[in-house]
Design a protein around this ligand. Structure first.
Ligand code: SF4
Ligand code: SF4
Length: 280
């Protein structure tokens, strides 16, 4: 009966695997990608999200309260007349969550995707959750920055693994995400040697990782894959900043205007190395 902490469950998602799915977001991530569009999923602990728009500056949420669920957050979750103060992060039991999701999946004939944050940050919870989902079609979305044994065990339990590749150059990867890319590349190589269905996902961040050289290096790398390699490119999400304000965290990519972004994929190396790709 493993406990874990999640920050969201989204129903009827269409970009997290085949068909219609329910996506569960686990809290905690070892990376700090500059563009992360789920800042509320980075820390493992429960945290505040405050909507600034519409705030009356009345200060009611700052008054001390005795609600057990508010302690340690620095704000009362129940005092805001506009409902602007929330906490994200809920502790759940893996087996209970799995039965709830499995029942729903059976009813809607849908699948379940486990995302984050980084799902492998809570390995025992993740593995028990996947086991509990039994015959449900499952997928995980991972940054791949995890121990090979955990990565392999999780990969073996799902029908599809989505692996994010942010940059092929480790020094640049370190600057953009806070960690080097070698552990991720090692896990990618494990997938390339095996029979586990996987798809590489690349978030395209204007001027940071969308250059032809980086994207071509990825195509060349994937040419060695045993299963036909697939890449999905995720265009930059221009609506990320508001979430950082809510999470009271700094956002360093304010200068990027994602609304005007039209990514260009270097098609020739993808054709040459037989890598199937699409932009989501
Ligand atoms: S209680 Fe609500 S409206 Fe008042 S200061 Fe807090 S967030 Fe703003
Ligand atoms: S790996 Fe994903 S969840 Fe983690 S910081 Fe990067 S974008 Fe955010």
């Amino acid at each position: 009966m493993e406990k874990g902490i999640i920050f969201d469950i989204k129903e009827f998602t269409v970009h997290d695997g085949d068909g219609i799915r329910t996506t569960v977001f686990l809290k905690g991530c070892p990376l700090r990608c500059l563009w992360c569009h789920n800042p509320e999923g980075l820390r493992t602990e429960r945290q505040l999200m405050i909507t600034r728009n519409g705030c009356l500056s009345c200060g009611k949420c700052l008054l001390p309260c005795s609600h057990p669920e508010c302690q340690g957050l620095g704000r009362c979750l129940h005092a805001c007349p506009r409902g602007l103060v929330k906490a994200v992060g809920e502790e759940v039991d893996a087996t209970e969550l799995a039965s709830r999701l499995a029942e729903q999946a059976e009813f809607f004939e849908s699948g379940v995707t486990v995302s984050g944050g980084e799902p492998t940050m809570q390995p025992a919870f993740l593995l028990e959750l996947l086991d509990g989902l039994g015959s449900v079609d499952t997928a995980i979305e991972t940054c791949g920055y995890t121990a090979p044994d955990i990565f392999r065990r999780a990969a073996e339990k799902v029908q599809m693994l989505y692996l994010d590749i942010k940059h092929m150059d480790s020094a640049v990867h370190q600057k953009l995400t806070g960690v080097p890319n070698e552990p991720i590349q090692r896990n990618l190589e494990m997938l390339m040697r095996g029979n586990i269905p996987y798809t590489v996902r690349v978030p395209l961040i204007p001027g940071l990782n969308d250059n032809a050289e980086n994207l071509s290096r990825l195509a060349e790398k994937l040419s060695g894959s045993r299963l036909p390699p697939k890449v999905e490119f995720l265009p930059y999400n221009p609506f990320t900043e508001a979430k950082y304000q809510m999470a009271q965290m700094p956002f360093s990519l304010s200068h990027i205007d994602g609304n005007q972004y039209h990514p260009v994929i270097p098609e020739e190396p993808y054709r040459r190395y037989g890598v199937c790709w699409r932009i989501l």
